[in-house]
Write a protein that binds this ligand. Sequence first.
Ligand SMILES: [Zn+2]
Length: 372
Amino acid sequence: MKKYINQDDMRQVNSSDVFNLIRIQKSVTRKQIEGISGLSWGGVSNITSRLLDAGYIIETKRLDNTGTGRIPTCLEVNGKDNYVVGIDVNMTGINAVVSNLKNEVIKDFHYEADFANSSVLLDSIFNFTKEILSEFSDNKLLCIGIAMQGIVDSKNKASVFLPGCKDWVNVPLAEIMENRFNLPVYIDHDPNCILLGHGFDKEYENAVLLRIDKGIGMAAMINGEILTDSGLFEIEHITVNPKGELCKCGSKGCLSSYVSETGITERLGLSMGEIFNAALKKDKKALGIFDDLANYLGMAISNLVKIFNCDEILLCGEMMEYKDFFLAKLNSCVKTASSYNKPCKVSVIDVKDATFGAALMAIYNSVKSLNI
Ligand SMILES: [Zn+2]
């Protein structure tokens, strides 16, 4: 279906593209932006003057090495005056960073979250945010980005469902935060933020990220863009064993039953600690559980590689604590299965990129929302 893009949408796309171009090039003249972007001179002048007015970029003088005596005016991202906040709301705690617009982290924060119910959790998020904002009250804070677990409707700025917090349903979190703190607030699914943060200095075309904790979250980047939509990628409920046990979703042998913490512990009636300790003692049953994890996750990843033509598959989350028991086998499964595709690397990364990615997501959204 062809998507209709009006003039305002085009201007927003161009403003974020120009900002991104300046960020990547580090120092660039307007003439160079015109050449690289294909925008008209008038368009470049208009967008850059708006970005200058709003404090997103600054003008600098480049040393004259042309011998012509002309000193070109360059544009750079403003790394000094304006900051953004990136927050990751997670059952293991709420983490945050304050970064500048050059994506340099100025300070990071951690807060113990209480997920008892929605009102207690909202209070935790409010108190934490208040603490951060008060510490940076002498600086200009432009916006807040929030990475959330569960189901997120980023277009409507809502957290639809949050596992572990029983009465958290359709919470318009960004709107509530905007009203309370008087700053623009943007929200996205945490795997999207981790992938955005991790891919920041990489040159991925296509990549897929799986966050495996109690459940399995997924994000995908196609042609350098993160795919976003609410309820996208219910990867944990794809069938990997048609003869497997019935899952609460109604299907049999879902990926989650063999790979996520909740799936494994509920299926076997053992805690991950018990399985890990038994595996350390080379217990055959425990080692078999990790073999199953490698086989079924390998099957799912091999399918993802074929669907998305991935450069890299990124794995993160609490289940990576046990990677020594499954990663080698998983890699051999994926290598075998992807022999007809380009080689695909499987890497384990840290979830701390979620806060950084949330800040990055907020910067992009805030540039897009500039009235150019
Ligand atoms: Zn299921």
